[in-house]
Design a binder for this molecule. Structure first.
Ligand SMILES: [Fe+2]
Ligand SMILES: [Fe+2]
Length: 438
């Protein structure tokens, strides 16, 4: 097979600005969000322009969450952008996901959430037919999953795990049986085969294993099924995070999941992927380009970083809001305490480099850094040291929680999971890596 190079862009969450994206209702919504809404159409347009300028790569793959929330006008706007790619000679393959159909989407006008025209799951088949389905060798009508030969001798199973006809985030037994047939056909035809899916198949960071919809359901079974049948690579989105992970089935087969960030907000990356041969994949990350928006003198990356840093603590403040004494106290501590003050309360020594850092501010930086991948808080750093001490101090409580979280005989090691979530200790980069599939 010849090397195959393509762009992987995901979670474009396009929003048609004329539906309304200003005023109090919008401000209330956006202050907790790491992703952009009013800016989304401009970001997508700038990225499409950038991809069109690259005359070397002719394929773009987009695994879901194309619109903000299934607004019909957002789909029309996004499809206009896809058509620009097509007119420039690009082949475009998409799948849709949970944010692409909705009975009740809305715009933001003044203080109001104003209902706008919705999109049903059934309608998506026709809307996006020209972007993958029309090229398909096989289609699973129930979920709109399909198989296409994306380059000579290279096939792609585009799983749609987020339809309204199966469990959310699920590649169930029926869909696996359909996939098995397609994989066998590809092999009989001498093709390499990989897959795309909206949900990550492997949890992007260890702690996401504990969050039900942060990964495909029964992910170990699904990853093993794919690896044992000769599909060793998945390209995914949904969690808006940059990560590359591997997993081995009981039979010893390797499975690799490359999860890519949201396009329209922090961390704002897309990827250039090269399938070099049956065993080698190169993933490169690209920052979202400058886009037409008053960013107050900031670059796109600074603008997204800034957003993450204020949105993440706001989410925590929202979770802590309430009139009870405990909630008020917790809010005050969260808003005002430095690491040194928290350390004194927990009887933990804090390294001097971070003693004066406000904890609320740090939660924003942590969210920014975890979602960017290549998380910097590895062993030996002050933050790692503090977190390790906190977990040691609360070991008896953590043991009880771990027992409660034990599932199918697998007992989570919460300390290990947390420390490997805040620091990338995997030995390879989440952003730019050459990966072996076997
Ligand atoms: Fe998304
Ligand atoms: Fe999603």
């Amino acid at each position: 097979m010849k090397p195959f190079k393509f762009y992987l862009v995901t979670d474009t969450h396009y929003f048609e600005p004329s539906l309304g994206c200003s005023g109090k209702a919008y401000d209330d919504y956006t202050k907790n969000e790491m992703y952009c809404l009013a800016e989304a159409s401009s970001i997508v347009k700038a990225t499409v322009d950038e991809i069109i300028r690259d005359t070397e790569i002719d394929t773009v793959i987009i695994p879901g969450d194309l619109s903000k929330n299934g607004e019909k006008q957002s789909h029309y706007g996004f499809i206009r952008e896809l058509n620009r790619l097509k007119d420039a000679g690009k082949k475009v393959y998409v799948i849709t996901a949970g944010h692409d159909f909705n009975d009740n989407p809305h715009g933001y006008v003044g203080e109001e959430h104003v209902p706008v025209e919705p999109t049903s799951f059934d309608e998506l088949f026709g809307l996006y037919y020209d972007f993958g389905l029309s090229d398909a060798l096989a289609i699973d009508k129930q979920t709109h999953s399909y198989v296409a030969e994306v380059a000579e001798g290279i096939r792609m199973i585009a799983f749609n795990c987020d339809s309204d006809r199966s469990n959310k985030g699920c590649i169930d037994e029926r869909l696996q049986a359909w996939a098995k047939e397609q994989i066998d056909k590809a092999k009989a035809d001498g093709c390499f085969i990989f897959c795309i899916n909206h949900y990550p198949i492997i949890p992007s960071v260890p702690l996401f294993d504990l969050i039900g919809d942060a990964h495909i359901k029964e992910w170990r079974q699904v990853a093993s099924f794919l690896a044992d049948n000769g599909v060793n690579l998945a390209l995914t989105g949904h969690m808006h995070i940059q990560s590359i992970n591997e997993f081995y089935s009981d039979a010893g087969n390797k499975f690799v999941d490359i999860c890519t960030s949201i396009l329209v907000g922090s961390p704002g990356k897309y990827r250039k992927i090269t399938i070099e041969d049956e065993n080698t994949v190169i993933a490169e990350s690209i920052n979202v380009p400058e886009f037409d928006w008053d960013k107050g003198g900031m670059t796109t990356e600074e603008y997204f970083d800034d957003r993450a840093v204020w949105a993440a603590p706001n989410r925590i403040r929202r979770a802590l809001s309430g009139d009870s004494f405990l909630k008020k106290k917790a809010t005050k501590i969260f808003n005002t305490n430095t690491f040194a003050q928290l350390g004194r309360k927990l009887c933990i020594g804090v390294p001097k480099e971070i003693r004066d850092k406000k904890f609320a501010e740090f939660t924003g930086e942590l969210a920014r850094d975890v979602f960017k991948g290549d998380q910097p808080y590895v062993k030996g750093t002050p933050i790692y040291t503090v977190f390790a001490k906190v977990f040691k101090r609360f070991r008896p409580i953590i043991k009880i929680v771990e027992k409660k979280l034990t599932k199918n005989g697998i007992r989570p090691d919460l300390t290990d999971m947390l420390l490997n979530t805040i620091g990338n200790n995997k030995g390879w980069s989440d952003n730019n890596a050459t990966i072996k599939l076997k």
